[in-house]
Design a protein around this ligand. Structure first.
Ligand code: S3P
Length: 191
């Protein structure tokens, strides 16, 4: 069975952009867990946080990840599970249940970037990211704090790729190489 390629990591490390590039290159399905959450809740993420609170958001996130992990759609011709790239929100690995569900179905690749790079990338869109505006702190300070808090969670990933100095195209190359270098399926003839 081909495992899913799961992209996670801190906000603004390029998970969605790189995920859709990787999926296009491999001709695999692309799934964005934040987009699934927005579709389930029928509200943007910042509105879910503001109206329902973070704990409700995390509960919907957990349900979404569990549903994605249980989705065993198969190719109607070969009967093989359909491969997919799944990009997740930046807080997904902080939950052990999410971590176990994702590990069961695939290889977890964490995208990282230096705090100052993240700060520059989100400077005009921080308002859409409730975890960054929490506490009304200077942006880069808040990013460093949250990164430190989450270091152990991100260390649960199988592979980490630093995106600080790379264009999405090059990150996609590294992600694909790392994924196929990792498992025994790399030698399997296609079905
Ligand atoms: C979050 C990251 C966001 C989104 C939500 C919470 C986090 O996703 O899931 O705002 O806790 O890091 P991105 O990492 O795609 O911005």
């Amino acid at each position: 069975m081909t495992p899913k390629l799961i992209l996670t990591g801190f906000m603004a490390t390029g998970k969605s952009a790189v995920g859709s590039l990787v999926a296009r290159r491999l001709s695999w399905r692309f799934i964005d867990s934040d987009a699934e959450i927005v579709a389930r809740a029928r509200k943007p993420i910042a509105v879910i946080f503001a109206e329902l609170g973070e704990s409700r958001f995390r509960a919907i996130e957990r349900e979404t990840i569990a549903a994605l992990a249980d989705d065993d759609r198969r190719c109607p011709r070969s009967g093989q599970p359909l491969p997919a790239v799944i990009s997740t929100g930046g807080g997904v690995l902080t939950d052990e249940q999410n971590c176990a569900a994702l590990r069961r179905i695939g290889v977890i690749i964490c995208l990282s970037a230096r705090p100052e790079v993240i700060a520059a990338r989100v400077s005009r869109s921080a308002a859409k990211r409730p975890k960054l505006t929490e506490g009304d702190r200077p942006l880069e300070e808040r990013i460093r704090e949250l990164m430190t808090e989450r270091a152990a969670a991100y260390a649960r990933a199988d592979i980490t790729v630093d995106t600080s100095d790379l264009a999405p195209d090059l990150v996609a190359d590294r992600v694909i190489d790392a994924f196929f270098a990792r498992g025994p399926w790399r030698c399997k003839p296609s079905a």
